[in-house]
Write a new protein. Structure first.
Length: 365
């Protein structure tokens, strides 16, 4: 009984061994690591070099239409607001693109025959899929936190830094929330991909389209009605909106206070509404405004849905990787027979550790 309990308790150890193995494989490939790190940085650079002035010109046109002459202080608040809007969108987008890129390890394992190592060990299918999810989550969160640090440094250098500890905590909490949903979604999608070529095509197409579908590049109100309906079923849409609320809350309050109380513009509130409307600050689907509470609940529902879908896809995944029920039954029968004969059963965790280690060291030919 104690030996059986020991074997059952080894599941946690195997889980973390697998996760560690995935991390080693990912960080061992320097080209893949650099590309994954550079994805959000490249989008950030494109915004700074090209898109920033375009977004600022949109606000300037709004000021001109309302007959408001902007001074240096007003321009500073507007620049901060515009930067917050775009950088928060890129942060939400990065949780998806980085997570998808990280799943190349998952797909490579299926293509390169790592199943031959895993198949000879009684690895539970939920343990296996869970290790890929945890690995993906850790890498995605790490890279997105690095991106956030770059954003904060940029905001501190270019604009007056406006974030306090509460803002930091709220942004990080939402980023954590968004990373969980993106990880679960991309791992489920990747479970159907069997080759690296197909995965590369998916990354290229999906990463390009999803930036528009979640509203990272432009407000969802600018998209056709049928596309907006589609966006409502993407968890990244809600993650993007929640991050924007956190990023933009303080600069929007500062801008509103300056326009209404300092400049005492007669139509100051109209200006604020026009600016927030042009940026899609309030999430809307086909003219229906979605409040923050609903967005948070919707994201939680998507997380639960993708947890269930990943569990259901675990059967298919383990069949592809060769970790099927027949093999586990065979090992269980061998262990039971050994116990019945009074023999010491083979040390499963140790054997599994060796096979995980060999899978980590395997090089592609």
């Amino acid at each position: 009984m104690q030996k059986a309990a020991k074997r059952r308790g080894s599941g946690t150890e195997i889980f973390f061994q697998l996760t560690r193995r995935h991390l080693l494989v990912f960080f061992k490939n320097k080209v893949r690591l650099m590309y994954t790190l550079l994805v959000p940085v490249i989008i950030f650079a494109v915004y700074i070099l090209f898109l920033r002035e375009l977004e600022l010109s949109t606000v300037e046109n709004t000021l001109y239409r309302l007959g408001i002459q902007a001074d240096e202080a007003l321009n500073k608040y507007i620049r901060t607001l515009v930067d917050s809007w775009m950088l928060s969108g890129i942060a939400a987008l990065s949780t998806i693109t980085v997570s998808l890129q990280t799943n190349t390890v998952f797909v490579e394992d299926k293509q390169n025959g790592v199943n031959r190592d895993f198949a000879s060990s009684p690895i539970n299918r939920n343990t296996l899929i869970g290790s890929y999810i945890l690995f993906n989550f850790l890498v995605t969160l790490l890279i997105c936190v690095v991106y956030l640090a770059i954003c904060f440094i940029y905001l501190a250098c270019v604009n007056e830094f406006f974030l306090d500890f509460v803002d930091f905590a709220q942004i990080f909490g939402i980023l954590l929330y968004a990373t969980v949903s993106s990880t679960l979604m991309t791992v489920f999608i990747s479970s159907f991909i069997k080759t690296e070529g197909t995965m590369a095509s998916l990354i290229a197409v999906f990463s390009t389209a999803v930036g528009f579908l979640i509203g990272a590049y432009m407000p969802l109100g600018m998209l056709p009605a049928w596309v907006q309906s589609l966006c409502a079923f993407i968890p990244g849409t809600y993650a993007c909106s929640l991050l924007r609320y956190s990023f933009m809350a303080t600069p929007l309050a500062q801008l509103s206070d300056y326009v209404v109380n300092v400049m005492q513009v007669a139509n100051g509130q109209e200006l604020i509404d026009a600016i927030t409307g042009s940026f899609g600050y309030q999430l809307e689907f086909i003219g229906v405004r979605v409040n923050v509470e609903f967005q948070a609940v919707a994201l939680a529902i998507f997380i639960v849905i993708f947890i269930v879908l990943n569990i259901l896809s675990g059967k298919k995944l383990t069949d592809v990787l060769g970790v099927g029920k027949k093999r586990r039954k065979k090992v269980h029968h061998t262990v039971s027979a050994a116990e019945g004969a009074g023999q010491e059963p083979e040390n499963e965790p140790q054997d599994i550790s060796k096979k995980i280690g060999r899978a980590s060291c395997r090089e592609r030919v």
